[in-house]
Design a protein around this ligand. Structure first.
Ligand code: F0G
Length: 424
């Protein structure tokens, strides 16, 4: 089996004594997470105690899920609480006494489209946009960072480190600043939209740039954290399952606000962590008996950066990694998505689909969403509307189906692209 080099690096963690965190960190972790929380390998099912740096199963090398055994959860008991990530505290892995590092993330608007159907731009009339651009740093990453940085702070690490196409960097930088931690961000040189770079700088992150794509930046992070100088830093990319626990709240909020189960939830896919987290959220609600059906997921990739979707469309069960991913949607310009297994499993379990969209369709969708509905999103988020238009035109999604588009980032993130699509 071909193991991409960054995963080989993660594997080395286990030859380093196999502790997955030093003794002090592992001890701290006990005080941070609830007693009923375990880690579980996504492939072989082996379970482990909650170690802060256990990112790959020592037995089979696959990624890890956090399992929170919830005794009881009632919607009416949480209704009084602020709408946002921490409203669902019972379903999150952190102990009640742990004070979160928070900027009020989550609780984003679910906006029903009202003009596009009437103007016959799309023949579907129950489309909602979950506007993640309304998060404190303008993307869904804040949901993950509030959990991830809280853990980092309580572990007593020096700082946090992330590879990023931009949004993770902006979010990690802001939450690290809030927590009084350092933040190192490793970025693909020339591959990050201006707004995101500006945010990371503003919040005081140390920026390192690498030649090549995001995938190269991620390798660099692992090298630094494992063998390099930054082993006091806690990595918060989406191979870290604790971060994804925050992101699963997108699913909770959709059900909480909509009150019904959507037929489809459409999610842009880059490193494939978010779609995996959202599916985990829906499944947890289902397993708790809080919903009696599950939505179908639609995972969208840009044509030139579609290692998972291309493979899936060919009936393959493993992705076709790409060395040089190309798309205008820089946020999802990723050739070797770490979470591919979780994402492919999510699509299979939900009986959903993967789909690709062209850059032209992405920019068109970005324009019409802004012009007809007043919703400004960045290109990666516009893939959702682009794919919906495609699915509706092909008759795969019907006029009355309830569809939620997860619009992951704000239009202000990428002003250069906005200027590019405006009429001159
Ligand atoms: N949409 C936006 C706006 C993103 O920034 C990202 C990922 C995605 C979608 C895809 O999410 O990776 O979980 O599948 N951005 C990462 C970053 C890679 O570094 O900011 P995913």
């Amino acid at each position: 089996m071909y193991i991409p080099s960054f995963l080989t690096s993660v594997k080395q963690m286990f030859s380093n004594g196999g502790l997955c965190g030093n003794i002090a960190e592992i001890y701290s972790m006990y005080k941070i997470v609830k007693p009923n929380v375990t880690l579980k390998c996504v492939k072989c099912g082996q379970t482990y105690i909650p170690k802060p740096r256990l990112f790959l199963c020592p037995k089979c090398g696959s990624l890890i899920d956090v399992i929170v055994r919830v005794e009881e959860f009632k919607w009416d008991r949480i209704k009084e609480r602020r709408f946002g990530v921490w409203r669902y505290r019972e379903l999150l892995p952190l102990r009640d006494g742990i004070e979160p590092v928070t900027l009020g993330e989550g609780g984003t608007p679910l906006i029903k489209l009202q003009n596009m159907y009437e103007k016959r731009i799309i023949n579907s009339r129950s489309i909602y946009v979950k506007f993640e651009g309304a998060n404190p740093t303008g993307s869904f990453k804040d949901r993950g960072m509030t959990v991830g940085v809280t853990i980092a702070k309580h572990l007593g690490v020096e700082g946090v480190i992330v590879a990023s196409t931009g949004n993770t960097a902006a979010s990690a930088a802001a939450y690290a600043a809030r927590a009084g931690l350092r933040c190192v961000v490793v970025l693909p040189k020339g591959g990050v939209a201006k707004g995101k770079l500006a945010q990371a700088l503003l919040h005081g992150a140390e920026i390192r740039e690498v030649e090549g794509s995001f995938d190269k930046a991620l390798e660099e992070v692992l090298d630094e954290v494992i063998g390099g100088n930054l082993n006091e830093y806690y990595p918060l990319n989406s191979f870290n399952p604790w971060r994804l626990e925050g992101q699963k709240t997108i699913a909770y909020e959709i059900i909480d606000e909509l009150g019904v189960i959507p037929d489809y939830v459409v999610v842009p896919v880059g490193n494939a962590g978010n779609i995996s987290a959202i599916w985990k959220g829906f499944k947890e609600l289902y397993e708790l008996g809080l919903i009696n059906e599950l939505p179908k997921l639609v995972g969208v990739q840009a044509e030139g950066a579609a290692p998972i979707a291309t493979a899936w469309l060919q009936g393959l069960t493993e992705p076709l990694f790409i060395e040089k991913p190309i798309t205008i949607a820089s946020a999802i310009r990723i050739g070797r998505p770490v979470n591919w297994f979780k994402a492919m499993r999510a699509i299979k379990e939900s009986e959903g689909i993967f789909i690709t969209v062209s850059d032209e369709d992405i920019l068109n969708a970005m324009k019409i969403l802004a012009k007809y509905e007043g919703i400004g999103v960045e290109p990666a988020s516009a893939t959702t509307l682009a794919s919906l238009i495609k699915c509706v035109n092909e008759g795969r999604i019907g006029r009355d189906d309830i569809v939620v588009l997860v619009a992951t980032g704000h239009s202000l993130k990428d002003p250069d692209t906005v200027f590019k699509i405006l009429p001159s």
